[in-house]
Design a protein around this ligand. Structure first.
Ligand SMILES: Nc1ncnc2c1ncn2[C@@H]1O[C@H](COP(=O)(O)OP(=O)(O)O)[C@@H](O)[C@H]1O
Ligand SMILES: [Mg+2]
Length: 179
């Protein structure tokens, strides 16, 4: 995958498929540790099968013919940049937790990409989902948005009108990270 935002879309889609309506996306950039950590947690049904199976590119619990690639692609992106993927249960939300790490300075680390439009796209297409997005740089919170609250804040606007505001606010923070 060429952008981290595309992995994030895949992982959010996994959460939605698992029945989640609360999804936490935490992007943590730590220059001192030379690490970019992405954590996705949800309140869905959680992982039910063996970890080895989940990272098999042909494993899926979907009944459609689309094979499962999301987790295995995320794993190869992370590993190519000196990182890893760890899965488990979210203490906070009760469902699944997926943690991807990347070595910041690794030349094979993929860029974050257009996270704003990815999240805003999920916001308009899945209006019942609350996405909580946090962006942290060197232990300082740069952004904290709950899409449900964001919608309430702009209660005079439709989701389609909120879309570019949300996308821009996220992307401005991403740009300022300069990574
Ligand atoms: N957030 C999640 N909650 C519960 N199960 C999950 C989650 N993400 C992935 N899984 C399980 O891992 C499998 C593989 O995921 P993935 O590699 O993205 O393929 P796909 O989504 O196409 O099935 C899914 O079919 C599902 O069983
Ligand atoms: Mg998937």
């Amino acid at each position: 995958m060429i952008e981290l935002s595309l992995h994030i879309l895949d992982l959010i889609e996994n959460s939605i498929n698992a029945g989640a309506d609360e999804i936490k996306v935490l992007l943590d950039v730590n220059e001192e540790n030379d690490l970019l950590t992405l954590t996705i947690e949800d309140n869905g049904k959680g992982f039910s099968v063996e970890e080895e199976q989940l990272f098999d590119p042909f494993y899926t619990t979907k009944t459609s013919k689309v094979v499962g690639m999301g987790l295995s692609l995320a794993k190869s992106s992370a590993e190519r940049a000196g990182g890893e993927v760890v899965i488990g249960r979210s203490k906070d939300l009760g469902g699944a937790k997926v943690v991807l790490t990347f070595v910041l300075s690794n030349i094979d680390r993929i860029p974050i990409g257009d996270l704003g439009n990815s999240i805003a796209g999920m916001f308009v297409t899945n209006p019942n989902i609350n996405i909580k997005i946090y962006i942290i740089l060197n232990n300082q919170t740069q952004l904290s948005i709950h899409t449900k609250e964001y919608r309430e804040k702009f209660s005079d606007k439709s989701d389609i009108e909120i879309y570019p505001l949300l996308a821009e606010e996220i992307n401005n923070v991403i740009k300022a990270l300069k990574v």
